[in-house]
Design a protein around this ligand. Structure first.
Ligand code: HSE
Length: 302
């Protein structure tokens, strides 16, 4: 017997300035995954879109590993595994492509085997595979999420702002691995920097919850990861300034970068063009996309 399911998973932006490893937002950019399971057969993986020719199509594929983790956990040893990915989320740019891959594999395999795992169990498995919860939470639950680790167990709170918020993402034409972007971080930070971030992340969540977006100007500031990662992204500060000059409330590194993300209610194209120009002034080719918040998170579409 063979079973086929299709899931859609949003890309995500993590950190949002001060909320390092804790805050994430699901964005209206997606990857779709088709999973076929049969008792006999082998592994076959096809990739369309972002990552075609780069994403492994063997057992090193992270989607396959996520699928297999569910099959092992629920005791369904399928031999024939067919995966087809239609991906619009750029790889290694800070838009949660690996979280989307992991979540897609887990949700698809769960749906194909009778939905025995809860979304909370999927969240826990996805966090263990990804290593941090801030991208996988919004990929699963949609909206804006705050994730907290209790030992090895993640927990989360999800909400949607009262008003619509646009996110302009400048996507430079180079990759940056999360591993590299974490290696430049210090082991310890000064208490004044911790206080700087604690106050801003509290303001950020309040401002997003209540739709008081004007607070984002200061609420997106950060002292614990962006200043260290700036050396990896030529023109980062200039791109932030260009976005604010054109009317954005503020801007931040998207996840570990190198994408930069500006938050606004208006002037989307003007902001995007200015961000791309500021990157060009630092000899970096870039393009921009205009996204909003995805409220649904990962869902089975077939
Ligand atoms: N919170 C993570 C980081 C997100 O900034 O390293 C990257 O996926």
């Amino acid at each position: 017997m063979s079973i086929t399911v299709k899931v859609r998973v949003p890309g995500t932006t993590a950190n949002c300035g001060p909320g390092f490893d804790a805050v994430g937002i699901a964005c209206t950019i997606y990857s779709e995954l088709e999973l076929g399971l049969s008792e006999k057969g082998t592994l076959a993986i096809e990739i369309e879109g972002e990552g075609k020719g780069h994403i492994p199509t063997n057992k090193n594929n992270i989607i396959y590993q996520a699928v297999q983790a569910v099959l092992d956990r629920v005791g369904k040893p399928y031999q024939g595994i067919y995966l087809k990915l239609y991906n619009k989320i750029p790889l290694a740019r800070g838009l949660g492509s690996s979280a989307a891959a992991i979540v897609g594999g887990l949700i698809a395999a769960n749906a194909a085997t009778g939905n025995t795992l809860t979304k909370e169990e999927i969240f826990s498995m996805a966090t263990a595979i990804e290593g941090h919860p801030d991208n996988v939470a919004p990929a699963i639950f949609g909206g804006i999420t705050i994730s907290v680790m209790q030992g090895n167990q993640p927990t989360y709170l999800r909400f949607m702002p009262e008003k619509e918020l646009n996110m302009i993402v400048a996507i430079p034409d180079f990759n940056l691995s999360t591993h590299t972007a974490r290696q430049v971080l210090p082991d310890t930070i000064a208490i004044k920097d911790a206080v700087f971030n604690i106050s801003r992340v509290a303001l950020l969540i309040g401002a997003l919850c209540k739709g008081e977006f004007h607070h984002l100007r200061y609420a997106l500031e950060d002292k614990i990861h962006q200043p260290y990662r700036q050396q990896l992204i030529p023109g980062m500060r200039q791109v932030f300034n260009a976005a604010v000059d054109k009317g954005a409330y503020g801007a931040a590194l998207s996840g570990a970068g190198p994408c930069l993300i500006a938050f606004t209610e208006s002037n989307c194209d003007e902001i995007g063009v200015a961000m791309v120009q500021a990157f060009a002034d630092s000899s970096v080719k870039a393009q921009y996309v205009i996204l909003t918040i995805d409220a649904e998170g990962a869902k089975v579409v077939k």
